[in-house]
Design a protein around this ligand. Structure first.
Ligand code: FMN
Length: 186
């Protein structure tokens, strides 16, 4: 598959089929994720492949956070169960973490590099006929979420990636033309 096609066809996939994702497929994706550029070869990325139990634990942690915005006690419980089940039922999910250098400049570069690894993985997924959905947010720092992931102390979780065979591929979102956002310096 041409790289331009993989980039154009990638979407954040919200619904997956029941087709299981094999360890080999995930290993293939990780083998190209780690080819991302990284200053000083810090290789800051760390990958946590989450099984059903870990996914459910993460979903519960996220559900508990979402439930805080719900008043009705039954509705609260329903939210928690729903988010837990949605995560458990995913074909595959990874958490991506980064090492935290003491030097803030290196830390910032390492954050950028780790997201480049995330993008490599998402584009490679397209080439394998798979879909991905990258998510981030405050739940990344939630102790219950971190525990579910099993992330090592001193690492920062920067993203989760849901993976699977797309059940539906959304239309491309409208984006501003690159021309509008580009300045050509003389
Ligand atoms: C750093 C980052 C965080 C994201 N977090 C979320 C999220 O918490 N929930 C979500 O539904 N999508 C999340 N997304 C996906 C974006 O919403 C999505 O990429 C955007 O709407 C464009 O759609 P597309 O990926 O299909 O082109 C995240 C994407 C990035 C890069």
């Amino acid at each position: 598959m041409h790289i331009f096609d993989a980039i154009s066809e990638r979407r954040s996939i919200k619904a997956f089929t029941d087709r299981p994702i094999s360890r080999e497929e995930i290993e293939q994706l990780l083998s190209v994720a780690i080819l991302a550029p990284n200053h000083r070869m810090t290789e800051p990325w760390r990958f946590y492949v989450m099984g059903p139990e870990a996914r459910a634990g993460f979903g519960k942690a996220l559900g508990l956070r979402k439930a805080k915005r719900v008043d009705d006690p039954d509705a609260k419980v329903a939210v928690i169960h729903k988010v837990e089940a949605t995560h458990r039922d995913l074909p595959a999910m990874l958490a991506v973490a980064m090492t935290l250098d003491e030097n803030p400049e290196i830390r910032e570069e390492d954050y950028a590099a780790t997201y480049m690894a995330v993008q490599n993985l998402c584009l490679a997924a397209v080439a394998l006929g798979l879909g991905s959905h990258v998510k981030s947010g405050a739940v990344m720092d939630d102790p219950k979420a971190r525990q579910a992931i099993g992330v090592a102390e001193g690492e920062r979780v920067i993203a989760t990636i849901a993976l699977g065979e797309p059940a539906a591929v959304p239309e491309a979102k409208l984006r501003r033309d690159a021309d509008e956002l580009t300045t050509w310096a003389p």
